[in-house]
Every structure is written in structure tokens, then in C-alpha cells.
Ligand binder design. Sequence first.
Ligand code: HEM
Length: 319
Amino acid sequence: MAIHSSNNNYFYIMFTSSLLFGICSSQLTSNFYDSTCPKALSIIKSAVASAVAKEHRMGASLLRLHFHDCFGCDASILLDDTSTFTGEKTAAPNLNSVRGFDVIDNIKSQLESACPGIVSCADILAIAARDSVVSLGGPSWNVGLGRRDSTSASKDAATKDIPSPLLDLSGLITAFSNKGFTTQEMVVLSGAHTTGQARCQIFRGRIYNETNIDTNFATSMKSNCPSSDGDSNLTALDVTTNVLFDNAYFKNLVNNKGLLHSDQQLFISGGSTNSLVTNYSNSYSAFFADFASAMVKMGNLSPLTGTTGQIRANCTKVN
Ligand code: HEM
């Protein structure tokens, strides 16, 4: 009996400490809206599916919107400028580039009709990113929920935190490690560039001046990106299967067909991340599993929870 009861105590301690650890390590839970807004997930899923069916690129745009929000995960990216702050929409990495705001606004108005004041814009962004990846044929993951929305935004923070496409490998590693990511997570998250598009002005320098680029690829990219014109002409980030979420991005890098300077930096002569790129280029399943885990980690970056922040009624404005 004594042994039995000490076993009970042992299990009790283990159980409560794992519960406490669980609560401390992540305050987000995937069933957060189950009782308060049971239709939330299905409303978002079907709105994303129809937006992606209408335009495949929207899947890429919604994924990127979550990434650019998430170096904070508080929907600050959705706020319009006010007299008290300049928001993130006009920060250099976002200006004339991030998109998908209409889809988020549409989802928010459906959710406000179904359950007013309950579902945060930050959670909408996190779920829409996951559903977008799934819509394009990529992996799924459990999205922890319960994020709340910021009451402010910072153009300067967005400019500082979001990595530039002109960074070299060491700069990319640092930009992600500043947010707690390993080099491997930085590489796998970059696999998001298996879908979506980039503007000529972003990759012109690479296709005209760099030498670690496949010659035929560079020539064909130049036809839609003249050396001194067509700044906003769009080209697929993944030259092979752009509307599919697959591991072709990594195969392209191995073949020196990365579109952005920062893309090709992950596979350069003697580069420390070459073996990771090769591994993902050979294994769909390793890419999918590691991408999903890294997205969960990204979605957990410094969310507002509990009574901090607010649930915005309109994602573009503080209540
Ligand atoms: C590794 C550092 C990264 C850099 C330097 C970078 C940079 C860029 C740039 C410059 C563009 C094209 C923008 C334009 O021409 O308007 C772009 C597009 C995109 N990025 Fe990244 N990115 C990075 C990582 C990521 C991550 C981690 C994700 C998501 C997990 C992501 C998702 C996307 C998507 C999906 C697009 C296409 C968007 C669309 O077509 O609307 N990127 N990125």
C-alpha cells in the first residue's frame, strides 16, 4: 500500500508539473474556440479554399502575411496608420508587396456575424496560413489558438526584423536566430518560396550580376525582367511547380535556380547549409514534417494572451 500511495504521489507530481510546464511553455490551445465560436475553423477554411481556388497565389500571400506578422504574431501587420503610429504596411519589406488583406477582412466579417468579439485577427492569420499551405498540397499542423490583437504597430520594428532578400547566409542565420530559430528552421521555413511570386526589382541584381546561377535560368528570367525596366513584373519564386507546395524549391537551389539572392545563399560553394538543402531536395516527407514543426514554433512567437491586447472588431483598426 505504501508503495502504491507513493506511486500515486509520484504520478500526481508528474501530472501537475507537466500540466504547469505545458501552460508555461505555450498558452495557446488548439480547442480555444470550441465552445465560444465552434464554426470559426470551418468558416476560415472555406474562405481560404475559395480565395485560393480563385487565385492560387493568394495561398502564398496569406502564408507570407502570417510570417511578416509573426516576427510578433499579434496582427499588427493588419493595422492602418493612425495619428499616433505609422503601421507596418508601408515598411520596406511590405510596401507594394504583402497582400491578402481583403481575404482576412472578409473572414473577419463572417466571424463577427457568427460570434462577435471572439476570434482574434492574429489567430485568423495563423489559421489562414495553415489552410493556405494545405490548399496548395502542403502539410498540415495543429494551430495553437488564443492569440490576441495588438493595439499598436511599428513600421521601424517591421523594417528591422523582416529579413532582406539581399542578405548573405550569415545574415539570414542571424535574422532568424534573433527570433529564436535554429539554422535548420531558417532553411526549412525558406521552403515557403516553393510558391508565390517576386518582383523584378527584387531579383534583378541576381539574374544580371551573380555567377552562381544556371545560365539558361538567368536568360529566361531576363525576358520578363529587363535590366532597367519592369520593376514590378512578377515571376514565380519556384520556376518548376509554383502553384504546388512541394520540395521543388530545394531541388532548384541544388541546380543554382534560386530566384532571390537570399534563396541561393542556402546552397553555395562550401556553404554550411548545403547538406540541409540536399536533404530536403531528396525528401518530401522530411521537408513537410520539419516545415510543419517550424510553422508551429513561428506561430508561438510572443503572442499576446490572457487579458493583454484586445479582440479587434475590425482587423485594420484598434477598437
Ligand atoms: C529567409 C528569409 C526570407 C527572405 C529574405 C524573404 C524574402 C521574400 C521576398 C523579397 C519576396 C518577394 C516580395 C516581392 O517581390 O514583392 C518573398 C515572397 C514570399 N515569401 Fe519570403 N522571404 C523569406 C522567408 C520566408 C518565410 C519564412 C516565409 C513563410 C514561412 C516566406 C513566404 C513567402 C511567400 C509565400 C512569398 C510569395 C508571396 C506572394 O506571392 O504573394 N518567406 N519573400
